[in-house]
Design a protein around this ligand. Structure first.
Ligand code: SAM
Ligand code: CA
Length: 260
């Protein structure tokens, strides 16, 4: 029996990650490029209506019941499509477990699906430094973090992520983190990457989301700052001798950078 009893919702909640906006108005503020594409066009590598996509979900997704609850709740939010895809989150949880991570960073929390996802697999003294500028989104997820019994592992910091990363560095925490997920404003990706690379230990992993930017990286338009930013980072990472790299065709593209 599939672990998810609502396959249609799963398909929407995950593949819809591939549907997004180059520019969006969120909570009354403009947040360019948090997500990508246009609301009408699915940009995930495998189309959301594809039987293969459904097969992948039916044969690989093991979603914790409270994560599922948060996913369904988030999908009711007008910006629910910003949520990370559940198969991608599962990959991150597996990596976090594999490298026996204790300290991880989430840049761009939204309702906290991936923050919860990682907290669930961290040891009891593990920590997710969860960075976002909008507390209202996190308020949606917080009760479920509590219900899952992992609230104490999530350290939510409401301020620009750059500031939080600088504070961590100033606090002497360079090379003490095991894993980071970059999933906030795309124009700052290079800065997030550079700061995370300093914060992560050797053997640690940085996962970078939306590296396909709805497929637009193939032909980046000059006036699209978000796609330009991602494309430049993609080119830089290929040549970056500080890391090993894998760019995965999952959701809207995720690059794994392994610190050497
Ligand atoms: N990783 C999330 C998940 O698990 O579903 C999805 C993150 S969503 C795509 C992007 C988030 O980045 C939004 O919640 C937004 O408020 C946040 N954000 C945008 N600019 C930011 C900044 N400068 N610093 C921190 N967070 C920011
Ligand atoms: Ca994303």
């Amino acid at each position: 029996m599939p672990l998810l009893s609502l396959p249609k919702e799963v398909a929407v909640g995950t593949a819809m990650l591939g549907i997004a906006f180059a520019t969006g108005v969120l909570a009354g503020k403009r947040y360019p490029s948090l997500i990508f594409g246009t609301p009408k066009s699915s940009k995930s590598v495998i189309g959301k209506n594809s039987p293969l996509w459904q097969y992948i979900l039916d044969h690989s997704l093991r979603e914790h019941p409270i994560l599922k609850k948060l996913r369904l709740l988030t999908m009711e939010h007008p910006w629910g499509r910003m949520m990370v895809s559940s198969d991608e989150a599962q990959l991150m949880a597996n990596l976090v477990k594999l490298i026996k991570a204790k300290k991880v960073i989430e840049i761009g929390v939204f309702t906290g699906y991936n923050a919860l996802n990682m907290a669930l697999v961290l040891p009891d003294n593990g920590r997710v430094i969860a960075c976002d500028i909008n507390e209202d989104y996190a308020k949606i997820g917080k009760p479920l973090w509590k219900e899952a019994g992992v609230e104490h592992k999530i350290d939510l910091r409401i301020k620009p992520a750059i500031q939080t990363l600088d504070e961590l560095l100033a606090n002497g925490e360079a090379e003490t983190f095991d894993f980071a997920f970059i999933d906030a404003d795309k124009e700052s990706y290079n800065e997030y990457y550079e700061k995370c690379l300093r914060l992560i230990r050797k053997g640690g992993i940085i996962a970078i989301d939306n590296v396909f930017f709805g497929g637009n990286v193939v032909k980046p338009r000059k006036n699209d700052l978000a796609v330009q930013s991602i494309h430049r980072l993609n080119e830089k990472l290929l040549r970056d001798s500080r890391i090993g790299i894998s760019m995965l065709p999952m959701a809207d593209g995720v690059t794994l950078a392994f610190k050497l």
